[in-house]
Design a protein around this ligand. Sequence first.
Ligand code: SAM
Length: 198
Amino acid sequence: MGNAAEIYGKVYVLRLGHRPSRDKRVSTHVGLVARAFGANGFILAPICDESVVRSLRRVLEEWGGEMLLECTDNPLSYATQWRRSGGEIIHLTMYGLPVDNVIDTIRMSPRPKLIIVGAEKVPGQYYELADYNVSIGRQPHSEIAALALFLDRLYKGLELYLEHENRCLEIVPSPGGKKVVEIGGGSNAADDRADVRP
Ligand code: SAM
């Protein structure tokens, strides 16, 4: 699979409504899914939570990949600007159109994609601004699950085979235990490491 930059230029994820007091873990996981499943940008809004950004940066350093990490305190202006500059906006919401109805059109469009996922209630302006309001099933669930499934549909499952560049660590699939290879530093022997998971 070509990476997001090769296919669309940008596939960014805008995590809207982050509340540091309660969303640290979920927002970090949204960022982890974005990176692991083929996005190349993660925008946290409206509060810049350094602990989330730090965790994601650490994973990028160890496990590789190119992903822009940014914050904005004005996500509506960010999204508006995204459209003005030729990108399209996909807002994931249980109220939207079923993903299977729109994913082929979205996949075929070469426009940069901004995928918006909320935390609390998403203001109506985003529904109007979006090119697509997309539902992943018709039940309320989770921004992490919604993003993972959307990216999986977008890339037709190939995101699971992404090779992240500049990685220091690589997992060797194993039927039991944890096998991790360190790349570029010291021995390349696979060993058991319990402490390398994000
Ligand atoms: N009422 C929300 C909605 O519009 O989907 C559910 C809130 S949920 C706690 C937080 C975020 O998860 C939502 O903003 C949305 O991005 C995502 N989400 C939850 N369920 C979803 C679904 N069935 N389809 C798409 N996105 C969903």
